[in-house]
Design a protein around this ligand. Structure first.
Ligand code: ASP
Length: 432
């Protein structure tokens, strides 16, 4: 059986058992479920353990290959600007929707107080904690780590991201005798971290059962309802980004009919949906770009692999909504300055997320660490949403690959290529 099927089954089982224990007031079962939450918490510690090596190595390797981008010059610049801009738009859509739809946690005061009591290291004065979050100037000043090692040790993500990007960029201008050993080292770290995620994910079904079962047994159906609102907010955001942002980019920048485009990339979307991995989908993405859209190999072989690694609009949007939702449950409203910080961290964090299943929720820790007050353990937030994460992963990965293909079409058109479906005279005829 495939892992995601197992996770789905674990989710449904956890919900049913938890709900049963709660509704029938079976105290022994509630106690049991609460006791096995330890396993779920341990699992979260495991994924947290991989965050720093993964983010640092993948960002350094990613930015170091931007050295080639400077060589490729024009195409590289356009691609990066497009990727960063669309990702930031995705985060803003996620934040706006969350402000409108996730006004409160959707839970009763009693359930909330219980959850906060369980999850907060210090549960008193939640409102004060939200206000304790730094203002905009501090957020910006705080990006520069005076001591990168201290930033690593203290899990200060924004400074770590900042340092890794600059370090990677600096690496790329070194002569290859000096650059390659360092790059190889970080490529190895990146690879090993990815293997670790793969191993840890094998335990995910048990963790999902333990975490969701305990939460629902203790707090009842309230939690379920609010998880539904959270999930729908993410999905709605993904749809809005696809239709508005990609729709306009395709129509106005690439001169293509968005619906016809979508129809042609359906296979890519289905593979992304079922594998939850932009990387695994990459070969099909490249083939589709060339065969179905008529994008040149020159553009597709550059824009698409880069996109699968760093362009994750779906992941960034989801991280914004998840952070807002978790904040509502654990601390209440977030200030505008903190939300601005989310735009920065979620954009950078999505670049740091590998195109593999569940990368997004691991890197979410980065965003939570930045947005929530220091007294809140980000793992608590992960525990809340882990149960529904797989299905959201499938949806956000679908948007991620759609974004990569849209970018390839936009860049190809801006390079004067004539694409299949192009409305201009001389367009290549669609393949039969
Ligand atoms: N699974 C996503 C991808 O490969 C990353 C994520 O977890 O959001 O694009």
């Amino acid at each position: 059986m495939q892992l995601h099927t197992k996770i789905m089954i674990a989710l449904v089982l956890g919900v049913l058992v938890g709900l049963g224990a709660n509704l029938l007031e079976l105290s022994w079962l509630v106690d049991f479920l609460v006791a096995i939450r330890q396993f779920g918490d341990a699992w979260i510690d495991l994924i947290t353990m991989v965050v720093i090596p993964l983010v640092v190595a993948s960002l350094i390797v990613g930015t170091a290959s931007l050295g080639d981008i400077t060589k490729v010059g024009r195409i590289g610049g356009k691609t990066m600007v497009y990727y960063l801009a669309t990702t930031a738009i995705a985060v803003v859509i996620g934040l706006v929707l969350s402000n409108v739809l996730i006004r409160d946690s959707g839970m009763s005061e009693e359930a909330l107080a219980g959850l906060r009591g369980t999850y907060l290291e210090q549960s008193q004065g939640q409102v004060a904690m939200a206000q304790e979050a730094p203002g905009l100037v501090e957020v910006l000043r705080g990006i520069i780590p005076r001591n990168p090692i201290a930033a690593l040790a203290n899990f200060e993500m924004l400074p770590i991201l900042f340092f890794s990007v600059i370090f990677g960029a600096a690496l790329s201008v070194l002569e290859s005798a000096k650059r390659d050993p360092v790059l190889n080292f970080f490529e190895g770290v990146n690879g090993a971290a990815t293997v670790m995620i793969h191993w840890i994910m094998k335990l995910a079904p048990y963790a999902v059962f333990a975490l969701i079962g305990a939460v629902i047994a203790e707090f009842g159906a309230d939690v379920l309802g609010s998880l539904l609102i959270y999930s729908l907010t993410v999905v709605l955001g993904l749809l809005i980004h696809a239709s508005l942002t990609y729709g306009s980019a395709l129509r106005f920048l690439a001169g293509l009919n968005p619906l016809a485009f979508l129809k042609r990339i359906r296979a890519v979307q289905l593979v992304a949906f079922s594998t939850s991995s932009s990387n695994a989908t990459l070969p099909i993405t490249i083939e589709t770009a060339e065969e179905e859209i008529g994008i040149s190999r020159e553009v597709s072989s550059f824009v698409l692999p880069l996109g699968a690694t760093i362009n994750m609009d779906g992941t960034a949007l989801y991280q914004a909504v998840a952070t807002m939702f978790i904040a509502q449950v654990l601390v209440g409203d977030l200030t505008l300055a903190t939300q601005f910080g989310i735009v920065l961290t979620a954009t950078l964090a999505s670049i740091g997320a590998a195109g593999v299943p569940s990368a997004g929720i691991i890197i979410l820790i980065v965003v939570l660490q930045q947005a929530l007050p220091a007294s809140v353990d980000p793992a608590a937030g992960i525990a809340l949403i882990l149960g529904v994460d797989r299905i959201l992963d499938m949806c956000r990965t679908t948007l991620n690959v759609t974004g990569d293909l849209t970018a390839a079409a936009v860049v190809a058109r801006s390079e004067g290529e004539t694409l299949i479906l192009s409305s201009e005279p001389g367009a290549i005829e669609p393949a039969a």
